[in-house]
Design a protein. Structure first.
Lengths: 307, 212, 654
């Protein structure tokens, strides 16, 4: 089904695209507040992006077209994934039965491109990052599906729009426990998929301890800008998913709906900042344990729905 | 979530999963303590009206399961200078998956039991799940202390079963709380110190050295 | 049907031409290529017609042997398999001609082509046979022809071993199939599929027949734990033969399972659940074992196990949908299985041919010695990358489409009543399989085509010839075409699914048109379009900024060349760490070196010990063999006497 009125969807999409870099800024500010510092301005990433866009690009002589295509594929796949979520709280731009696998598939496409770009440089550091990225995601993806399954069973909807739409409000009244567990699992996924503490530390400065940052070591200039923006968008996308699950917005009217959306995104960003402030990064071999634990929670929610 | 009891039972299952998933001994014990607290609150939540009997039962359960035993276990860690990590035989991910499987089984079996409790449909599955996860902890953890934790979970599961029968057999739970747990934990406590003295270790896998 | 018969005859003849008449090599090769291509086109005509809803009449031959007439027919299910056989066959034949030319003796090449022709013709017969006797004859022909093509390089001991393992496995499977048809046909008048379907056995007999089917067809399909022969055989065979084996031969095991499911009318619930469980086991274990491999062809072979698992998930869902009378689940499940069969045939053939090209150029199949092949082989690399993205199930390629159908079937099951809804949990398994497959193909593409060469001796310096790259490009284009045109593909494949489920599409959706067909088409085109737009805007941006070239940033360390790169084994190690013993990786740690060896847990821990036990038993019968003619005659007489005695006693008892 393609919607007749696309205006509100496009407006919500524009809001998400515009606010995405600010969310990382909010996380940083929250961490600074915990540490008793002032911290970088919320808009720092915008400035970085503009700076990088004006710079030149240096390509490693080892790389092929795969390396050059990666930023493009990452951004395009995330943009397409945004089209699948009902960001305005009512319906998404494109929806079809079973589109949850399309959402997961697009995230996987971006990951595939990024990992291959890392391997394309021939650097052992980037190879290591690529290896860790696929390790984390191999645990995270089934959890994402378990969470989606919980939503499907709770709302009896087969499209993301139906799963995250008005039916969800009713489902919260009857299936509170399951949906709370799913939300918790999604939050752990947000941390894992976006390489945040306790899975990865975006502020680390030692290549050996990085996951996401080390894969993009060789990107520079506009390419790096695209990748940084895409990372911010991915965080915003997962935050949007959590907001969609937890904040019912049907019948609010566009303006209030968007305000609630933005407010929700900021709350999630602050929550990420709080987690980063109070937790230490896990040892790498403990990361699967965390994600499988989230999976166990989602599965528990699912069992409650299936009984 | 329709009732407080349901919330409490869900949290009981979550504490089960927490015991399975954590690698720290102290977290394990705290999770079991939390479970004890939840179990103590359950009779209050399930009862149609709170009598002195039920209030006493709740207070006793909380005291034994959430305060005394965890304190006893934490003290044992301190005294025996046990290493702080849980030593699993099958790995945390595998035990979590086993736990999820046990959970699914518990719900499947509970659906087929003839005497499923009408007051609270979650009670029997939660009891079964707690018993099974207790068994998992008992069989897949190497340290004697974690085995005590598993034993306690097993007891807690049986306590939950007992809750279904409070009306037909009034003093079942009290007997359970006072006798079973005390006996069990004292035995395990003695075992703990026995192992500690004899072998300078709380590792029950070393009990196999006794065979010579 | 005439076209199908001609197609099969042409396949047989064009392969045999070279071997029988011994013309010049160029003529024989040209004849083989032309024959397979024309056969593919000829056979596609009826197949496409059937998929568009035009029925094709059966052909019935009077039987020269017991078991009723020999019937051949073509329905939508067969048509999907037929398309896969013919086009993968043609692509592999084209590539194989180029690959064998100049690398093996002309006589051996001719013989190999003849066997490939026979193999393809036998497969056409398998999927069109509508009676047990021609089915089994074609099945056995297929098995023997496969064996002959696998052991082309029979001078090598490991090839002979793989061939022998295959031969034993396939005959165990065939034996089980004899059991299947014997049990099933006992109650039916003859052995045509029509009468088998009309008289399904009941109770224990049905159970035994179905178990026999599971063993016989599961063995061919490479279903865990009956997959143990597959990686050995597929790695030992020449690459174009591996493409046929992995792309279509093992699919005929799936075809057999589909046919048995359909013959039953309403299969028992345990059949569907067993297929689903086998799908979960094959899917997860297949991809975990694939991750552990060091040899690119063994790795691809294990991925066939994984993909058969995905197909079985669809098939299991379809079967359960029939059992529990849920038409949407049944149709979507069967359609998903059919489409994934076709898709896997396309991308697995592509991957095997591509890997074969690289292995040829580099002289090794060891992942840890390869690297940077994309520079010398841009076409192969591009096509392989498309195949890799397709097998991982990434939009907008064809693998995504079939996994999407599988998920839809399972989701519909999840929303239904009764115990069918538990099937929905398989969706999470599918997610796990997909993520692990992504890890595995990132490893393959990354270590084979990207980075720097790891071993100067295995450095790739030239692209494969046009004879080998053309099939690759064609297959990659096919993967993209199927993926980008769901509006065309879905109605046809759903028709096959509806035929399998025995319901009409109008019973599920008003007008019989899947409402998701239009938006998914829009979606895949949007994904492709967004990629295009982003690439174009990048080109615009690039003109404005300065560019430079430098060597890879080594994080302050002096980069010490290709050997410092992450290897395939180290790339996979953290993922495999969580699967511990299941992964089958053995590590050898010595003072100066660390090496890992990836075995097959089933082969190493179950089949080989079992085989040794059989050998021990067999050895105990040795005293019977004396090498004297009179003794053997005596055995014969004794056996005859025993049989007569039995008949006598049995007659009296009656």
């Amino acid at each position: 089904m393609i919607r007749a009125h696309v205006g509100s969807s496009l407006a919500a999409l524009a809001v998400l695209f515009a606010i995405a870099p600010a969310l990382s800024g909010v996380v940083v500010r929250t961490k600074s507040a915990f540490a008793g510092r002032r911290g970088a301005p919320v808009g720092q990433l915008y400035r970085d992006l503009f700076k990088l866009l004006r710079k030149g690009t240096v390509y490693s002589t080892t790389t092929t077209w795969v390396f050059r295509a990666a930023p493009v594929v990452v951004l395009a796949s995330l943009t397409a994934a945004c089209l699948l979520l009902p960001l305005d709280g009512e319906a998404s731009l494109v929806q079809f039965s079973g589109d949850l696998i399309a959402f997961a598939g697009l995230l996987a496409l971006g990951r595939f491109a990024l990992v291959l770009a890392g391997l394309d440089t021939g650097s052992s550091f980037e190879g290591m990052g690529a290896s860790r990225e696929v390790t984390v995601s191999s645990f995270a993806e089934p959890v994402l599906f378990l969470g989606f399954l919980g939503l499907v069973l709770a709302t009896r909807g087969l499209t993301l729009s139906a799963m995250l739409g008005p039916a969800l409000t009713g489902a919260w009244a009857h299936q509170t426990a399951s949906l709370a567990l799913v939300t918790l699992a999604f939050f752990v996924l947000l941390l894992a998929e976006n390489s945040r503490v306790p899975v990865d530390d975006p502020a680390t400065h030692l290549e050996l301890t990085m996951i996401h940052e080390v894969i993009v070591l060789d990107h520079s200039g506009p390419d790096l800008a695209v990748i940084l923006y895409a990372s911010a968008l991915k965080l915003a996308l997962f935050a949007a998913l959590i907001v969609e699950v937890t904040v019912p917005r049907d019948g609010l009217g566009l303006a209030w709906s968007l305000a609630a959306f933005v407010g929700g995104l900021l709350v999630v960003a602050v929550a990420v900042g709080v987690v980063e402030s109070v937790m230490a990064r896990l040892r790498l071999n403990r990361v699967p344990q965390l994600i499988v634990g989230a999976g166990a929670l989602a599965l528990f929610g699912l069992i409650l729905l299936l009984r | 979530m329709r009732t407080t009891a349901e919330l409490l039972l869900l949290l009981v299952v979550l504490t089960d999963l927490a015991v399975l998933g954590t690698s720290r001994l102290r977290t394990c014990i705290r999770a079991v303590a939390a479970q004890g607290l939840l179990l103590g609150l359950l009779p209050l939540a399930l009862a149609s009206q709170v009598t002195v009997h039920i209030a006493g039962l709740a207070a006793g359960t909380v005291l034994v399961k959430a305060v005394v035993l965890p304190w006893f276990l934490l003290w044992a860690i301190r005294e025996a200078a046990v290493r702080r990590e849980v030593e699993p035989v099958v790995g945390f991910i595998a035990s979590l998956l086993l736990g999820a499987l046990a959970l699914a089984l518990a719900f499947a079996i509970a659906g087929r039991l003839p005497a499923s409790d009408v007051r609270e449909p979650l009670l029997i599955p939660a009891a079964l799940a707690t018993v099974m996860m207790g068994l998992i902890v008992l069989t897949t953890r190497r340290k004697a202390l974690t085995q005590v934790v598993g034993y306690l979970m097993l007891e807690n599961g049986i306590y939950l079963f007992g809750l279904t029968q409070t009306e037909s057999v009034p003093f079942l739970l009290e007997v359970g709380v006072l006798l079973d747990i005390f006996a069990g934990v004292f035995i395990m406590g003695i075992v703990v110190f026995h192992i500690n003295r004899e072998f300078d270790s709380l590792d029950s896998a070393r009990l196999s050295e006794l065979k010579d | 049907m005439t076209f199908v018969v001609w197609s099969a005859a042409l396949l047989l003849a064009s392969g045999a031409f070279g071997a029988l008449f011994r013309p010049r090599a160029a003529l024989a090769d040209a004849a083989f290529r032309a024959g397979t291509l024309v056969a593919a086109i000829a056979g596609s005509v009826p197949a496409v017609r059937v998929l568009r809803g035009v029925p094709v009449a059966d052909v019935m031959l009077p039987a020269p042997v017991p078991g009723g007439p020999w019937v051949f027919g073509l329905d939508a299910v067969s048509a999907v398999f037929l398309l896969a056989i013919l086009w993968v066959g043609a692509a592999a034949a084209w590539s194989g001609v180029a690959a064998l030319r100049g690398h093996v003796a002309p006589g051996a090449a001719r013989a190999s082509h003849a066997f490939v022709g026979a193999l393809l013709a036998a497969m056409v017969a398998v999927v069109t046979a509508r009676a047990a006797v021609p089915f089994l004859i074609a099945w056995e022909t297929m098995a023997i022809a496969s064996y002959a093509t696998i052991v082309l390089d029979h001078a090598r001991a490991d090839v002979r071993r793989a061939g022998m393992l295959y031969l034993v496995a396939t005959h165990v499977g065939t034996l089980a199939l004899f059991g299947l048809f014997a049990l099933w046909g006992a109650g039916a008048g003859d052995l045509t599929f029509a009468s088998l379907a009309a008289h399904p056995p009941g109770g224990v007999v049905r159970g035994a027949a179905l178990v026999a089917a599971l063993v016989g067809f599961g063995m061919k399909a490479g279903m865990v734990p009956l997959h143990f022969w597959l990686p050995e055989a597929h790695a030992a065979a020449p690459s174009h033969v591996s493409a046929i084996l992995s792309g279509v031969v093992i699919k005929l095991g799936v075809y057999g399972l589909v046919r048995v499911t359909l013959l039953q009318g309403a299969p028992p619930a345990w059949w569907g659940w067993t297929l689903l469980a086998a799908g979960v086991a094959s899917g997860v274990l297949g991809v975990v074992w694939a991750l552990a491999q060091h040899d690119v062809k063994r790795l691809l072979a294990f991925h066939s196990v994984e993909n058969v698992g995905i197909i079985l998930l669809g098939l299991g869902a379809g079967s359960l949908g029939v059992t529990y009378a849920h038409p949407a689940v049944a149709v979507l499940g069967f359609a998903a299985a059919a489409l994934h069969t076709l898709n896997h045939a396309l991308f697995k053939a592509l991957l095997f041919l591509g890997a074969g090209g690289v292995a040829h150029a580099a002289g090794t199949r060891e992942l840890d010695r390869l690297g940077a092949a994309a520079r010398a082989m841009p076409v192969t690399a591009g096509a392989f990358l498309v195949g890799a993205a397709a097998i991982v199930g990434l939009p907008p390629l064809n693998g995504f489409l079939s996994e999407w159908l599988t998920v839809r079937a399972l989701l519909h099951a999840g929303l239904s009543a009764a115990s069918l809804r538990l099937a929905v949990l398989a969706v999470a398994v599918l997610g796990l399989i997909g993520a692990l497959a992504l890890a595995c193909f990132a490893k393959v593409v990354g270590t084979v085509f990207l980075g720097r060469p790891r071993d100067p001796a295995a450095r790739v310096t030239h692209e494969s010839g046009i004879g080998e790259t053309l099939p690759l490009v064609a297959l990659a284009a096919a993967c993209a075409a199927v993926g980008l045109t769901p509006a065309v593909v879905l109605p046809a494949i759903l028709r096959a699914g509806a035929e399998g489920a025995g319901v009409s599409l109008a019973a599920i959706w008003p007008g019989g048109v899947d409402p998701a067909a239009a938006p998914i088409t829009l979606f895949v085109l949007a994904v492709a379009g967004l990629g295009g737009v982003a690439w174009a805007s990048r080109a615009l941006l690039r003109t404005r900024v300065a560019r430079g070239a430098h060597e890879t940033w080594g994080c302050g360390y002096a980069v010490v060349g290709g050997r410092a790169q992450y290897t395939a084994s180290s790339f996979a190690a953290p993922v495999l760490a969580s699967y511990a013993r299941v992964a089958g990786v053995h590590a050898n740690r010595t003072a100066g070196a660390f090496a890992t060896h990836a075995g097959d847990p089933v082969l190493d821990a179950v089949v080989t010990p079992a085989w040794h036990a059989v050998e021990r038993v067999a050895r105990s019968t040795r005293p019977l063999q004396r090498g004297r003619v009179w003794l053997y005659l005596m055995y014969l007489v004794a056996a005859l006497a025993a049989t007569l005695g039995y008949l006598l006693l049995a007659g009296r008892a009656r």
